[in-house]
Design a protein around this ligand. Structure first.
Ligand code: AMP
Length: 384
């Protein structure tokens, strides 16, 4: 198949920060970018050539959008299957709608992974509240109840500590259907961001370590401090997943590394991922440029990491004492500031991130945390 060359138009479904960083990478290489989402003045739209504000269900608008671009990709996987199908009738959609269909639904994703022999935490499909007690008895407490569809950053999930809490948990999640998962006793959470080309070529950014706060990614350290054999196994599993899904594009595999030394796959994201943001500043080819290369049918770029790095998210909470102290953070010469152009800093909302580069991954983490504390005008200890 002929590659989509610079000068062509890339269509992005979704308009958040992932699309923004993708658009920056694409424009740098001479492509034009159209973004489609229900919103306007979006993080992606602010740097795209064209911003279309229409509902994902408005298939006429989706067709108009797709007819004006050379290839369609995503920065947000929770778009309806019908949207991807409508676009696919007019332009290549990469990764394919089937990849989205599987990865936007926890149950389909877990079933796909276990059917293909990938390690996942033990889980049960729960169709109604009455099925919960028996499943809880099988998996044991504590367990985690998650909505089957459209969940991210811990949304739509609740931990069940004792069997007596089952009914209340079901009522809190109120799902059409759900997944009950054993609670994993993990030493740490790891992820691998990887890319697969149209020709099956594979590239990855190694295993990185993720720390969450309130179920939202807080800090990524790259490379992970896990033993090399664990990192290699995580990469091998990620490669298996990209091949099994026949992904053309970027996909992130998130893992639990258990205290008993096992890797379990927690989640897949069929796009660049928050845990890969460090690649923008620390790698020869960022995850966003890699997505561009993969979906355009160009050769993948080098994923070499030039320096150890860490990424700290900047959530809306940081604005609680007023405007963060940007000068203090930019005074640290090895720290890079990324802001997504979002006007309203709501608590829990991802507003930007910091990337720190240093001689070691742990030094980079210290630097990123120190910069974030300076932004918040807080002493470092309060944030670490
Ligand atoms: P998720 O939205 O499924 O990625 O979950 C968000 C975060 O909740 C994960 O990154 C973990 O920190 C935690 N979590 C989710 N599922 C489990 C589990 N089965 N056992 C322990 N922690 C979990």
């Amino acid at each position: 198949m002929n590659p989509v060359l610079p000068g062509s138009v890339i269509g992005v479904l979704g308009s958040g920060q992932l699309g923004r960083m993708f658009a920056i990478a694409a424009r740098r290489m001479g492509y034009r970018v159209h973004t489609f989402s229900p919103d306007s003045d979006t993080p992606t739209g602010q740097v795209a050539d064209v911003e279309i504000a229409a509902a994902y269900e408005d298939l006429d608008a989706v067709r108009r959008f797709a007819s004006q671009v050379h290839v369609v990709t995503f920065e947000f996987e929770n778009v309806p299957s019908a949207t991807a199908a409508a676009a696919a009738a007019l332009a290549p959609v990469r990764p394919a709608g089937e990849v989205l269909h599987i990865t936007q639904h926890r149950l389909r994703e877990k079933q796909f992974l276990s059917r293909h022999g990938f390690p996942v935490a033990r889980f049960r499909h729960i169709r109604n509240g009455a099925e919960l007690p028996a499943a809880l008895a099988e998996l044991g407490c504590p367990a985690i109840l998650k909505t089957a569809g459209f969940g991210y950053d811990g949304k739509g999930q609740v931990k069940i500590e004792t069997a007596g809490e089952a009914l209340a948990a079901w009522q809190r999640v109120q799902p059409a259907e759900a997944v009950l998962e054993e609670c994993v006793d993990f030493a740490c959470e790891l992820s691998v961001v990887a890319a697969r080309g149209q020709d099956g070529a594979f590239a990855h950014y190694g295993a990185v370590e993720n720390r969450h706060a309130r179920h939202i990614l807080d800090v990524t350290t790259a490379p992970a401090e896990a033993p090399p054999a664990v990192a290699a196994e995580a990469v091998a599993l990620a490669r298996g997943v990209l091949d099994a899904l026949q992904v053309v594009g970027v996909l992130c595999v998130e893992f639990f590394w258990t205290r008993s030394g096992k890797l379990l796959i927690n989640e897949l994201a069929p796009r660049p991922h928050n845990s890969g943001h460090f690649t923008f500043d620390a790698c020869v080819t960022s995850q966003f440029e890699q997505q561009l290369r993969a979906v355009c049918g160009l050769p993948l770029g080098s994923t070499e990491q030039l320096r150890p790095a860490a990424m700290a998210n900047l959530l809306g909470d940081l604005w609680r004492n007023g405007e963060p102290d940007w000068v203090a953070a930019t005074a640290m010469p090895n720290v890079k500031l990324h802001l997504y152009g979002k006007l309203e800093p709501r608590p829990g909302r991802k507003m930007g991130h910091l990337t720190a580069l240093a001689a070691s991954a742990s030094a980079a983490r210290e630097a990123a945390l120190a910069a974030r504390a300076a932004l918040a005008r807080e002493p470092v200890a309060a944030r670490t």
